[in-house]
Design a protein around this ligand. Sequence first.
Ligand SMILES: Cc1cc2nc3c(=O)[nH]c(=O)nc-3n(C[C@H](O)[C@H](O)[C@H](O)COP(=O)(O)O)c2cc1C
Length: 350
Amino acid sequence: MEFRPQKIKNLEIKNPIVLPSMVCFSFANKNGFVSSKNIEHYASIAKGGVGLIIVEATCVTKEGRLSLDQLGIWSDEYIEGLSKIAQVCHEQGAKVLIQLHHAGLRTPKNVSQDPITSSYYQKGDLVAREMSITEIQKIQNDFIQAAIRAEKAGFDGIELHGAHSYLMTQFFSLKVNKRTDNYGGTLENRLRFTTEIYQSIKEKVGNHFIVGIRMGCNENDLKTSIKMAQKFEELGMDFLHVSTGFDNTPIREEVPEKFPCNWIVYGATKIKEQVNIPVIAVNAIKTKEQIAYLLDHQLVDFVAVGRGQLADHHFVNHMKKDKAIVHCLGCKPCRWFFNGDQCPRHRIKK
Ligand SMILES: Cc1cc2nc3c(=O)[nH]c(=O)nc-3n(C[C@H](O)[C@H](O)[C@H](O)COP(=O)(O)O)c2cc1C
């Protein structure tokens, strides 16, 4: 496998391996300020040779956090700490984006007693109320201001978090969004919350600044996700990072027997066939053989390896030099990194 440099728009990336966004809830300082642990974590992974780092879900409002320990970007005070993450990644020759996030109905009670979403939602303990138009505009502006801060902090761009059941997917998905105004109903309307954010960010940031989105390949179904991807391309999004949408319901399309990865990665390859912007595939990609299959057949443009790089910060260098990779055991102490240091592979990371 050749490790060719890749591009997203004009951004040259030294190789096609990506660190996907992964929160490290046990690392941040109080109120979501960047700590020395956050900086060391990204510096160490950047040293391991990865081409593109997408910094963890960073919340655009205090009230939309997924945890009290989540990194924040809702005021200018956060720029300085975040800029140190961007700097250490750049020093190692990696490019770096930051993922902008709002949990919507997934906001826990210790963060907000009044979670909001596209329209009234209740399932088990999860209850959230419908956002008014004023609230939609306020949260849109929070995303826009966050993107401006990300640029000031020295990031090469942002990834909008339009996956994994959070606020953007709560507008995309018919399972939540029952609105009858301009933000609900047709696909175009369900995308509007995000497309307006995108358009306004583009007006306010430099031309070089990358803006892409993480989205599901199963946002209701693969067919709808392909339409979404095409609409994002038409809009001008710089890349698509394909994962799961509002929930984890698998796509109906059968994954061919010879395909060496799961349905989420297969979904990414199907989306890639229908768009002309870079596509990142992710999920349970662990081996050099899987990566080579996806890249050598040009099924996607980039491959993201998440837990694999948590287990072995030098995953990319080891792979390039044909050295043994310290594989992730899939044992879960790293879930959201509340107990990240308990990763049994931790001792061999550095
Ligand atoms: C510790 C941890 C934290 C995560 N945090 C985020 C996050 O902040 N944003 C996000 O979009 N996905 C998050 N994810 C999902 C990963 O980005 C990735 O999609 C998932 O781990 C599957 O890829 P992998 O099998 O290569 O790890 C997280 C996953 C883990 C294990």
